[in-house]
Structures are given as C-alpha cells and as structure tokens.
Write a protein that binds this ligand. Structure first.
Ligand code: SF4
Ligand code: SF4
Length: 81
C-alpha cells in the first residue's frame, strides 16, 4: 500500500460480457482493446481518465470502473482513511 497515486482499476466481468465492443469503441482514451475473441481487456490502464463511460455504456453491466473521486466506486477503502 505504499503507492501514493490512486490508480484506476477496471474490472471486466467476462461472464456477463458479450464482446459487443461498445466499451472499447466509447473509451476516449483508448485504454481498452479487444482480444482475438472480441472480448475487451485493459491494454493501457495508465491512460484511463476515469470518465466512467465504459461502465455507463456497457449494456450488460460487465465493466466497473473504480476510482478515488466521488461519482464512481472507491478503489481502496483503506487508502482514503
Ligand atoms: S473510465 Fe473512461 S478512460 Fe477509463 S477505460 Fe473507461 S471509458 Fe476508458
Ligand atoms: S460493452 Fe460490456 S458487454 Fe460489450 S464488450 Fe464491453 S464489457 Fe463486454
């Protein structure tokens, strides 16, 4: 827990994902990419700007964005206390 910078964490819940590619298409920072089967994966996590669009746009609630600021889910309860 030595890191000072709060990082984004993006969870893709594959069981719900239908590989539609919407999240990849909507990500403005090109964080996400698709694997050979069309499923999204986090290619450049450091580029994520925490906009939350991927989560909002996913029709299957298969993607969750965690961040420190309000509005999205807290990344690490421990760190903020
Ligand atoms: S939160 Fe925004 S920048 Fe980050 S992966 Fe999702 S759409 Fe891309
Ligand atoms: S928008 Fe949702 S269902 Fe579609 S590829 Fe992304 S995570 Fe999977």
């Amino acid at each position: 827990m030595g890191t000072k910078e709060k990082k984004t964490k993006i969870d893709i819940y594959k069981a719900w994902c239908k590989a539609c590619g919407i999240c990849v298409a909507f990500c403005p920072a090109e964080v996400l990419a698709r694997d050979e089967a069309g499923y999204p994966y986090v290619k450049f996590p450091e580029k994520c700007i925490n906009c939350g669009w991927c989560e909002l746009r996913c029709p299957d609630f298969a993607i969750t964005v965690y961040k420190k600021d309000k509005g999205l889910k807290e990344i690490d309860e421990e760190q903020k206390k």
